[in-house]
Write a protein that binds this ligand. Structure first.
Ligand code: SPD
Length: 404
């Protein structure tokens, strides 16, 4: 080989070796710039969870997947409940029998009128598991959300109610209340001191000083009852919303005050029995019960008519589940035919319990003062709820009470 060719070959080899060294011999294994995460591969905002991708409400556990009610802890009845009732409205043995049967103690507190009971509940009273309002007051309490719904499963004796008492205008189907007793409002008198009691309300509202009952009679301390009697006497609807008619009734009542010794809901029958008074406006069973005690009292509906009412067992809103169960057990107990018979025969109010009536004594179920015959019933009127207009009655009543 010529010397110049040898130098050329060596030069070519040197260049080749340098080129290889510059590449390091591993170029394909190093991360190539093109292999780095490309911007387009980074999470895009559009890939973030969209609101519509959040768990939809329909994906939440369906109600059917929730624990079944049977799995809830079993409620035990309360050890004690308090009944808020009218006075003298239970058989003296009733609470003891209930405690013997269930182990639940019963306490009782009393109110004197539907308006007092309603005001107490509206004021947020607690501690009562059973209350006993009359028909029109039940309607107001349901409207104002003051009552618990009853669990009929705990009141199997509901089947004993006369069907007439399961479709009442104020609580069809007994959703909130169960009728306790019913009765009428009229006049009671002392049979030893008064031979001929007045047959018309006129002799009450326009009593003369020469009348033996002048100054010796009471009227109920109850706005709707007293206005009902006055309106019935005047020939008007006892639930009138005509202010002129109410004004007339108010004037009649203000004029009547001079012959009246007081307004009373709690002792009027005792005042008749003792002879202090001769005549009183009051509730049927109160007079007939006192007649058993004093032996000198009778009761009647004046010729123009009177009122009829149904009192009911209800559970006020706010009781505990334990109190509610105990209260429903008490309602079921009252609906026992033997208890219903015992209660009605003792206090002379009419039972709504058909099974109790079926086994009741004839003296009770055939007593026309407890179960008025048709010709008397035709003259009896229910007091109805009047909504806002109740306040007009209340204002007029305050004027009657404060008039000199
Ligand atoms: N002593 C019990 C009296 C019950 C009277 N309740 C009825 C009132 C209707 N206005």
């Amino acid at each position: 080989m010529q010397r110049k060719h040898l130098f050329a070959l060596i030069a070519i080899l040197i260049v080749a070796v340098m080129a290889l060294a510059a590449c390091g011999g591993q170029t394909t294994e190093a991360p190539a710039p093109t292999e780095a995460p490309k911007p387009t591969e980074a999470p895009k905002p559009t890939e973030a969870p969209k609101p519509t991708e959040a768990p939809a409400p329909t994906e939440a556990p369906a109600p059917t997947e929730a624990p079944a009610p049977t799995e809830a802890p079993e409620v035990k009845p309360a050890d004690e409940i308090v009944v808020y009732n009218w006075s003298d409205y239970v058989h003296p043995d009733m609470y003891t029998i209930f405690t013997e049967r269930t182990g639940i103690q019963i306490g009782e507190d009393n109110f004197s009128s539907n308006e007092d009971l309603l005001a107490k509940l509206q004021g947020g009273a607690t501690g009562y598991s059973i209350i006993v309002p009359s028909d029109y007051t039940v309607a107001i309490m349901i409207e104002e959300g003051l009552l618990e719904e009853l669990n009929h499963d705990n009141i199997p004796n509901l089947k004993n109610l006369d069907p007439e008492f399961t479709k009442l205008y104020y609580d069809p189907g007994n959703k909130y209340c169960v009728p306790y007793l019913w009765g009428t409002t009229g006049l009671g008198y002392n049979t030893e001191l008064l031979d001929n009691p007045p047959q018309s309300w006129e002799s009450v509202f326009k009593a003369k000083e020469s009348d033996p009952w002048f100054g010796r009679m009471t009227l109920l301390d109850d706005v709707r009852e007293v206005f009902s009697a006055a309106l019935i006497y005047l020939g008007y609807d006892n639930n009138t919303q005509d202010e002129a008619q109410l004004e007339e009734a108010k004037q009649l009542l203000i004029g009547a005050k001079k012959g009246v010794s007081g307004f009373d809901n709690d002792n009027y029958e005792d005042l008749i029995g003792s002879g202090e008074n001769l005549l009183a406006h009051g509730w049927s069973g109160d007079f007939l019960q006192a007649a058993d005690e004093y032996g000198n009292i009778n009761y009647y509906i004046p010729e123009e008519g009177g009122t009829i009412w149904i009192d009911n067992m209800c559970i006020p809103k706010g009781v505990t589940p334990e109190q509610k169960l105990a209260a429903e057990m008490y309602i079921n107990f009252v609906l026992d035919p033997e208890i219903g018979k015992m209660l009605g025969e003792y206090n002379y109010y009419a039972t709504p319990n058909k099974d109790a009536l079926a086994i009741a004594d004839p003296e009770y179920k055939e007593n026309p003062l407890v179960f008025p015959p048709e010709e008397i019933r035709a003259k009896l009127r229910f007091i109805k709820p009047l909504g806002e207009f109740e306040s007009v009655y209340q204002r007029m009543w305050d004027e009657v009470k404060s008039a000199q």
